[in-house]
Design a protein around this ligand. Structure first.
Ligand SMILES: [Zn+2]
Length: 175
């Protein structure tokens, strides 16, 4: 059984809801953006922990919490608790923001509209919230009711919106 590196790459990118026909560049850009956000968060959080250790518990190794002070000193324990909450919040925001970004151009998805209906499920499908990219690269369907735990939103890539709108007008009218 042979598998090309391209197939492996796109199988691993299914987590980001990319279509199989996509080129590699948007996939790298999408995950690179998340990495950049996480690095920016680390740039804020690492010095903060170092400063906290320097002020209250000097001699603590880099990126460690002092076992001598943590759990025994109220101020140090509270500050480390706050730092941990902040780190969790930043991580959550990075991932939450990433879910609602266009997979092609990384702009925030806009115009959420409700589609589907429970009473007309066979005709309209299950209730979902649909977001679109303002530049028409695609749409994201987020299930309204997450029955089976957290479900991955479904990204549908579209052809260029402007190309479709002007499709009937001939190639010369677009220039
Ligand atoms: Zn876009």
């Amino acid at each position: 059984m042979s598998c090309s590196w391209r197939e492996i790459f796109f199988a691993s990118s299914a987590f980001g809801n990319f279509g199989t026909e996509m080129s590699i560049q948007p996939v790298v850009r999408y995950w690179g953006f998340l990495l950049a956000k996480l690095l920016a968060g680390a740039v804020l959080l690492v010095p903060l922990l170092s400063l906290l250790n320097h002020l209250i518990a000097p001699g603590t190794p880099f990126l460690h919490v002092s076992t001598k002070w943590f759990g025994f000193d109220l101020l140090y324990t509270s500050m480390v608790g706050l730092w941990f909450l902040m780190a969790s919040g930043i991580l959550y925001l990075c991932i939450w923001d990433q879910r609602y970004r266009c997979r092609v151009c990384l702009r925030r998805l806009r115009m959420p509209i409700e589609t589907g209906s429970w009473s007309l499920m066979l005709q309209l499908g299950r209730p979902r919230i649909e977001y679109i990219c303002p530049y028409g690269h695609g749409k994201l369907n987020v299930e309204e009711l997450q029955i089976l735990g957290r479900e991955n939103p479904e990204w549908t890539e579209q052809r260029d919106m402007w190309e479709e709108l002007l499709a009937g007008k001939g190639p010369d009218s677009r220039k």
